[in-house]
Design a protein around this ligand. Structure first.
Ligand code: PBG
Length: 329
């Protein structure tokens, strides 16, 4: 008798499909990136990120309350720094009354249980748009790491639950962990961007923060001396292993969809939670194609979100988080 097995039986209707579904999406899967700007009453749409906004501290409060009411419990903060406050060394990043520090406090005052994660890197503060300090045309590792450790302390002092270094300097996780421990911040976690690739998919984010590397002579035009070469796979495992050894609580792979293979390998290899970042360019692609009527927006969003779960991501940083949770109903 042929065929003995008919696999379509398990796909015959929505009920059976839902019963045998291997992965599910819940609000607990998400980290919500938020862009914060100075000013009052600002909710500014980012041109290359339709339906995504920069918030001033007052409008941020309503947004955070809304996120919490939708079951979204973690935010990942980025700040747009005023040009006049930028320099080569990220001095403003250490200002206890800086925008990031005030944003952390604002969120904690508005919604104390919201988990606040903060971006740790110099690019929003750098006149050159680089994640580290520039000397003689090079991004210098160790002096940058010193600033990142101080920046992490400053975020912890303001009330951050996790710091999230996205800079890809060597040795920064150990330095940050030691600095946090020395200052008594034993409960402040580290989510490390462990395998972060030099990617063309970060463009809209750099628009959002006005943080693209400067177009000047003797300044590297890209981030390839610190972010990873997208041809590499073993290197991602090496980076991740080192970050875990240095004290990372959560590791991240970034970007997302083009790197699902790396997410799966990291998940198989290590036993710490793995985050994936569906980055700004991935968001922009789906928005642009669906604006043209070339994709069904909602279906494409749900499918890509599920792809991260299937690949093994425990957490997904995504600009779609709010929309996904609303679609789940
Ligand atoms: C910089 C940083 C970037 C992103 C997060 N942190 C951009 C970059 O490395 O140039 C990108 C996020 C996104 O594109 O959504 N430290």
């Amino acid at each position: 008798m042929y065929p003995l097995r008919r696999n379509r039986r398990l796909r015959a209707n929505a009920t059976i499909r839902s019963l045998v579904r291997e992965n599910n999406i819940t609000p607990n899967d998400f980290l919500v990136p938020l862009f914060v700007v100075e000013g009052k009453g600002i909710k500014d749409e980012i041109p290359s990120m339709p339906n995504y906004y920069r918030f001033s501290l007052d409008t941020l409060q309503a947004e955070v309350k809304l996120l919490w009411s939708l079951g979204l419990k973690a935010v990942l903060l980025f700040v747009k720094v005023e040009d006049k406050l930028k320099d080569n060394r990220g001095t403003e990043a250490l200002n206890p009354n800086g925008l990031m520090q005030r944003a952390i406090k604002t969120i904690k005052n508005t919604c104390p249980e919201m988990l606040v994660m903060t971006d740790v890197a110099l690019d929003p503060y750098s006149i050159y748009g680089h994640d580290g300090i520039l000397e003689n045309g090079k991004i210098v590792n160790d002096p940058t790491v010193d600033v990142l450790a101080q920046m992490s302390i400053s975020h912890a002092e303001a009330g951050a639950n996790f710091v999230a270094p996205s800079d890809m300097m060597d040795g920064r996780i150990l330095s940050i962990r030691e600095a946090l421990e020395d200052d008594g911040f034993i409960d402040t976690g580290i989510m490390s961007y462990s395998a972060k690739y030099a990617s063309s998919f970060y463009g809209p984010f750099r628009d959002a923060l006005d943080s693209a590397p400067a177009e000047q002579n003797n300044i590297p035009k890209d981030k390839k001396t610190y972010q990873m070469d997208y041809a590499n796979r073993f290197e991602a495992l090496r980076e991740t292993e080192m970050d875990i050894d240095e004290g990372a609580d959560i590791v991240m792979v970034k970007p997302g969809l083009p790197y699902l293979d790396i997410i799966r390998e990291v998940k198989n290899e290590f036993d710490v939670p793995v985050a994936a970042y569906q980055v700004s360019g991935e968001y922009a692609m789906i928005k642009a194609a669906s604006e043209k009527g070339w994709l069904d927006h909602d279906q494409a969003v749900l499918e890509t979100t599920m792809a991260f779960k299937r690949a093994g991501a425990d957490l997904i940083a995504s600009y779609f988080a709010k929309e996904v949770v609303k679609l789940l109903g």
